[in-house]
Design a protein around this ligand. Structure first.
Ligand SMILES: NC(=O)c1ccc[n+]([C@@H]2O[C@H](COP(=O)([O-])OP(=O)(O)OC[C@H]3O[C@@H](n4cnc5c(N)ncnc54)[C@H](O)[C@@H]3O)[C@@H](O)[C@H]2O)c1
Length: 250
């Protein structure tokens, strides 16, 4: 399904990005792994190549236009083309009521979660257009579809990712470039375990709100991302696909 495709994954050093890299590698994708954390992404790259995967890495801050251009360039120099991208890098920002959010934290969260996706798409689309098409998956969240208290900047950024995805999908619908968003519910990753460490009772509350009564694994998200990247989802574009154990169906 993804065999032989050249895929950029941002935020590949941890969590969902890392899980997706490992599953895609096992299925024969050629991976460009990008993350702001050089050590983490280098380690994931080694792990992927250690299981006979085909991966290269590049340290990239998705908020920096030159670094994003260099990331896309790195894909072209290494593999000669770009077929798919999983724009996944994201941060949660401060988890406090809105009036307590620092302006700098608002700016940083919007910059990573929204501007980062914008910049990645901007440069990925340019090369996909030249080569005749591609498929882009942006990582939003169930918080891009509904809301929760104490998370307003994150929630706004993830709603905006869906808007960006839908509108961009329409820009390129006749150029063979499909653009979709995936909307995970709670996934067992360092981002979530850190939040749960800060608020120990939160896990019970989180699980009570999920019909499936559990968190997802990064690999379960990877399956949805692979399907969205692959030609098997050929008539899907501009969609926001929840992978949430029933959370948004309630
Ligand atoms: N874990 C969940 O429950 C959950 C739910 C819904 C959506 N998401 C989304 O999934 C994505 C991945 O989350 P995760 O849980 O795997 O988190 P994570 O913290 O485990 O991984 C995020 C990765 O992004 C990298 N990163 C952060 N800022 C970056 C930047 N400026 N440039 C490049 N890389 C950067 C980090 O270094 C890290 O390796 C995020 O966009 C998050 O909002 C996660």
């Amino acid at each position: 399904m993804i065999k032989g495709k050249v895929v950029i994954i941002t935020g590949a050093g941890s969590g969902i990005g890392k899980g997706t890299a490992l599953v895609m590698a096992k299925e024969g994708a050629k991976l460009v792994l990008a993350d702001i954390d050089r050590e983490a992404v280098e380690a994931v790259c080694k792990e992927v190549n250690g299981i006979d995967g085909d991966a290269t890495f590049i340290q990239t801050d998705v908020t920096d236009v030159e670094q994003v251009e260099a990331m896309v360039d790195h894909a072209l120099k290494t593999y000669g083309r770009l077929d798919c991208a999983f724009n996944n890098a994201g941060i949660e920002g401060q988890l406090v009521p809105l009036d307590e959010i620092d302006v700098a934290d608002f700016d940083r969260t919007m910059s990573v979660n929204l501007k980062g996706v914008f910049l990645c798409m901007k440069y990925q689309i340019k090369v996909m257009e030249k080569s005749g098409g591609g498929s882009i998956v942006n990582n939003s969240s169930v918080m891009g579809m509904v809301a929760s208290p104490l998370i307003s900047t994150y929630c706004a950024s993830k709603h905006a990712v869906i808007g960006l995805t839908k509108s961009a999908a329409l820009d390129y619908v006749n150029k063979n470039i499909r653009i979709n968003a995936v909307c995970p519910g709670g996934v067992e990753t360092p981002m979530v375990t850190q939040v749960l460490k800060e608020t120990p009772d939160a896990l019970e509350d989180v699980l009570a709100a999920v019909p499936a009564k559990r968190l997802a694994s990064p690999e379960e998200l990877a399956e949805a991302v692979i399907w969205l990247c692959s030609d098997r989802s050929s008539f899907l574009t501009g969609a926001a696909v929840p992978v949430d154990g029933g959370y948004t169906a309630q």
